[in-house]
Design a protein around this ligand. Sequence first.
Ligand code: FAD
Length: 301
Amino acid sequence: MKYDVLIVGGGPAGLSAALLLGRCRRTALLCDEGQQRNLRSPAIHGLLGREGRSPAAFLGEARQELTRYNSVSVRGTRVTDIVSVGSSFEFSCSDGTTGNASKILLATGLVDELPELAGIEPLYGISIHHCLYCDGFEYAGKPVAALGKGDKGAELALMMKHWIQDIVVCSDGSEISAKAMRKLDKHNILVRPEPIQRLEGTNGELTKIIFKSGPDLPRVGLFFSTGCHQASDLSKRLGCQRDAKGGVVMDTDTEETSVPGVYVAGDVSRDVLLVAAAIAEGAQAAVAINKVFLRRDGFCD
Ligand SMILES: Cc1cc2nc3c(=O)[nH]c(=O)nc-3n(C[C@H](O)[C@H](O)[C@H](O)COP(=O)(O)OP(=O)(O)OC[C@H]3O[C@@H](n4cnc5c(N)ncnc54)[C@H](O)[C@@H]3O)c2cc1C
């Protein structure tokens, strides 16, 4: 099959682009493996008009809205290969789907690297977080931990202080520099440097941090700073330039990458990592792509 656009990834960015492209009467195939980054969280925060909606419900509604647009198809599959052939692209998917698209939109997102701590899995996304913009507001007045090796946990704790008053830094057996210690001291932030044995909680709610030595630390939330990486290497294989953080470099007006015809939207650029930003970037890319087609067909300059 031949499409105007192949959209890789069906998170907020890809779905938003698909909606706009459908409304522009463009043919688009959206392929999604279904590993949206925030699926572990019970609620989306900071999204105007959808505050507190569960990510799964939000994605379900968005997919439902797309069914109105006959020119847009959605497949639950992984895009495994994309190659540039002349002025278009040929692609293949893990379910055997193959095709050709004039433009590619990579909305493939990121994967978070979780700290290696016993007990973290059932708590992650509910009481263990990485994003203050997403979850910091709910913890004002509650006892929270900032986890990070070396100065990373200290830097995170200092930033958290704006949102949360009762913070303890857990450096999990790693050393914090004297400079960072002075800053923590200035802001009355305590440190627990001992290696962590495990996290304990019930129904996803953290109750305490248990160390290899010393008393347990009762906490109801924990923020960490470890990192994340691209969920897909398609941008790399297509030759798209990346920045020092590993984000795909793009033109901020059009979302086009250094490879003509390949666009990105959402977390892939590692800019503002929020649902609202992903939706906006998906829409922006769709409009830019549509303008290219309008110019190609002589409908605008
Ligand atoms: C625990 C957690 C909680 C969060 N809470 C909030 C919040 O409260 N508010 C907020 O604004 N933001 C929140 N975020 C951030 C938010 O999840 C992201 O900013 C948003 O999901 C980015 O959307 P996206 O479309 O770029 O990527 P994603 O939503 O990650 O979607 C990318 C999709 O592409 C698919 N994919 C990747 N490679 C391929 C391939 N080769 N073929 C097919 N499909 C592929 C993936 O499987 C995935 O389904 C949270 C993140 C996490 C981790």
